[in-house]
Design a protein around this ligand. Structure first.
Ligand code: 9YT
Length: 129
């Protein structure tokens, strides 16, 4: 069994800080459960173009407000506490934080550690997978 606290992860090198967001990675590939689990903070005013072409990501909004734009359709979905979105088609999107948002995120395959987005908005494929 794995038991961890958000406070401990935030104080460790598993808390990754990037432009417009930071993410406490509570479960990673090495934990061996087949996915990674993160609590991500999207900063107020952040505008984040992303395209996880090597991963599937599902996100649940715990607090805050914002939106996600589906770049394939132009559709914009409001995000508020209780909203879930799943990028089941590796969807290209822009995530916008109207306020600070706290999001629970799952990645399949799991991220391995300290990934941040590349120029295309992706994390690299895990070569060892
Ligand atoms: C919600 C989202 O995609 N945020 C970007 C960071 C990502 N969730 C991560 O690496 O934890």
């Amino acid at each position: 069994m794995i038991v961890r606290t958000l406070a401990d992860i935030k104080a460790s090198d598993k808390n990754v800080v990037s432009k417009g967001w930071e993410s406490a990675r509570l479960l990673l590939k090495d934990d061996g459960v087949g996915y990674s689990f993160h609590i991500t903070t999207i900063y107020a005013g952040a505008e984040l173009p992303m395209h996880y072409k090597n991963h599937l990501e599902t996100v649940y909004c715990i607090s805050g407000e914002g939106s996600i734009e589906d770049l394939a359709t132009g559709e914009i979905h409001e995000i508020k506490p209780g909203t879930m979105y799943s990028l089941n088609n590796h969807d290209r999107h822009i995530l916008r934080g109207k306020t600070e948002m706290i999001m629970a995120c799952v990645f399949n395959p799991p991220v391995t550690g300290r990934e941040v987005h590349d120029d295309t908005g992706a994390y690299p494929a895990d070569k060892a997978a």
